[in-house]
Design a protein around this ligand. Structure first.
Ligand code: IPD
Ligand code: CA
Ligand code: CA
Length: 267
């Protein structure tokens, strides 16, 4: 994608994400209609659906040739990454949205033929917008984020991990995960994958390990982390496939390497 095309697309996506977020803030105290999806803790509300519909309408109106890969079913059937694809999570952190009315984000990653071009993550209630354009760095409310500290040792890092992976589970060796948790300085679980990536890019947490994320949880965040010199792959260190769920490891390259080689053992 050339710089001018990327810039124009970025400005549109930025306008729309801010507008969608402003609307959510305006109606935050209105009643929620909560449904469950794959399990009783997998929540969805009218706000998730309405926000996704809003983006689908805007994108199809302005860019009829672009495709949408999104969570709530108002996007396209996407089976390959050719062309320009908007990968959207209308509300990432729906459980936080429902229970806390904060700590959730809108996440948009725009990919061209599989290459991440634009990432936007909007922390709606704090009115903080994280942005990145390929090759141009990452920003928090227009202020450029610094490159990640390449030398930060694992022992001094804060790791984002959901405690579920330290319990007995069918995916990963929990004993190794427990060793990792003891090794790092501390752990956090924020409850919005998009914000967790944004916080890595910001340098306020240092790594994120999780065993199952959907493309819309990852798309924007991987671009942001990449723009500050970090690395996001699956937990084995392999390139992500944005058409399916992935295990995820995101961190500076040194921490990434250590975690992937010494602490992740898939079952
Ligand atoms: C979820 C959040 C959560 C992560 C889950 C995701 P949703 O997204 O990002 O932090 O642990 O795996 O599904 O359902 O709130 O959009
Ligand atoms: Ca999500
Ligand atoms: Ca969601």
């Amino acid at each position: 994608m050339d710089n001018q095309t990327r810039k124009l697309l970025f400005e549109k996506a930025k306008e729309w994400i801010l507008e969608a977020g402003n609307h959510i803030r305006d109606v935050i105290d209105e009643p929620l209609y909560i449904d469950t999806k794959s399990n009783p803790n997998d929540l969805v509300t009218q706000m998730d659906r309405n926000t996704e519909k809003y983006f689908a309408k805007k994108i199809k109106g302005e860019y009829p040739n672009h495709l949408i890969l999104s969570e709530e079913g108002f996007g396209d059937e996407v089976d390959n990454l050719k062309g320009t694809i908007w990968i959207i999570d209308p509300i990432d952190g729906t459980m936080n949205f429902v229970h806390q009315k904060r700590n959730f984000a809108i996440s948009i990653g725009i990919y061209q033929d599989g290459v991440g071009e634009i990432g936007l993550i909007y922390n709606v209630m704090e009115d903080v917008l994280y942005t990145a354009q390929k090759g141009q760095g990452a920003f928090k409310n227009n202020k450029q984020l610094l490159p990640l500290d390449k030398k930060l040792p694992l022992e001094e890092s804060i790791l984002v991990i959901n405690s579920i992976w330290a319990c007995e589970n069918p995916v990963v060796n929990e004993k190794k995960i427990q060793e990792l948790i003891k090794k790092v300085r501390g752990t956090r679980s924020i409850g919005s994958a998009a914000l967790e990536f944004a916080y890595i890019a910001e340098g306020i947490v240092d790594g994120y390990l999780t065993m199952k994320l959907a493309p819309w949880d990852i798309a924007a965040g991987a671009i942001l982390v990449n723009e500050v010199g970090g690395l996001t792959t699956n937990s084995n260190g392999e390139t992500l496939d944005l058409l399916v769920n992935n295990t995820i490891l995101s961190a500076n390259k040194q921490i990434h390497n250590k975690i992937s080689n010494q602490f992740v053992e898939l079952k």
